[in-house]
Design a protein around this ligand. Structure first.
Ligand code: ADP
Ligand code: MG
Length: 268
């Protein structure tokens, strides 16, 4: 459903030559599949995600193609892209607080998109918001729907972020470091929810992390990136068991011990 072809992104800078941060990246993602994108901080993962949802900063120039069911998103107008965002592609960010309005009850924030963009009445939007909070496993959703973001834990706020991303029923989710700001114990719950969504709703997922342990839990295929370029891209299992590159091996060595133990038990 998604094919990125030879994507190059360059940033213009003041009093300095332009800097190329994506140097010809290609990938494909099938419907219902999960692609992991892994690489150290600064390797271009977020710039890749922002290119796909059309949210690159103004000083960026993108070349190549980003095909969503055959339509090149790089050629769409801002108005055309607004239709794609939310409806076709849902985005989950690293820091859920940045996606949420601290001054609004979470239920109202989820309902807002439903009213404005799906045309639901206030009552129907609230019912749907409640269903979404259940879907992301917020306990006692009927009570928590009227909470403010600061009354929730980091993990709950990220669940709300996922509910907002799901509200317009997209068929592709992009989760950029969705668990990086969270405690290890909370991370697993968020990853389980993402895995359930892919399995139950048939969504496609791009899961971005600097941590190969996170990627290994969910991704069918993995793209390893370094300095804006692909290092390798293959079935996750193959990448983990027979890394084709020293750089991938350093990422495997950096995996949390628990994830590595699981991997090694599988290999034995
Ligand atoms: N708005 C920007 N202007 C200039 N350079 C940027 C901008 N955003 C990101 N970059 C640069 O692009 C590179 C890739 O960044 P990013 O995609 O955020 O990395 P990652 O998400 O893998 O940590 C980095 O070198 C970063 O400094
Ligand atoms: Mg990033």
């Amino acid at each position: 459903m998604l094919a990125v072809e030879s994507l190059r992104v360059t940033f213009r800078r003041d009093r300095a030559p332009p800097v190329e941060v994506l140097r010809g990246v290609s990938l494909t993602l099938e419907r219902g599949a999960t692609l992991g994108i892994v690489g150290e901080s600064g390797s271009g993962k977020s710039v890749l995600a922002l290119s796909v949802i059309g949210l690159l900063p103004r000083n960026a120039r993108a070349e190549g193609r980003v095909l969503l069911d055959g339509t090149d998103l790089l050629t769409l107008s801002e108005r055309g892209m607004r239709d794609v965002r939310g409806r076709r592609i849902g985005m989950i960010f690293q820091e859920p607080m940045t996606a949420l309005n601290p001054a609004m009850r979470v239920g109202v924030q989820i309902a807002e998109g439903l009213r404005v963009r799906r045309g639901l009445s206030r009552g129907n939007a609230r019912t749907e918001a409640l269903r979404l909070l259940d879907r992301v496993q917020i306990p006692q959703a009927g009570r928590r729907i009227d909470s403010y973001p600061h009354e929730m834990s980091g993990g709950e706020r990220q669940r709300v972020g996922i509910a907002i991303a799901l509200a317009l029923e997209p068929d592709l989710l992009i989760a950029d470091e969705p668990t990086t700001a969270l405690d290890v114990t909370v991370q697993a719950g968020i990853l389980d929810i993402l895995g359930d969504l892919v399995a139950d709703l048939g969504l496609s997922l791009i899961l971005i992390s600097h941590d190969l342990g996170v990627i290994a839990r969910l991704a069918d295929r993995t793209l390893v990136m370094h300095r804006g370029a692909e290092i390798e891209q293959d079935a996750t299992e193959r990448v983990l068991r027979r890394p084709g590159h020293d750089y991938t091996r350093t990422l495997i060595d950096a995996m949390p011990r628990r994830a590595r133990a699981t991997l090694e038990a599988g290999r034995a």
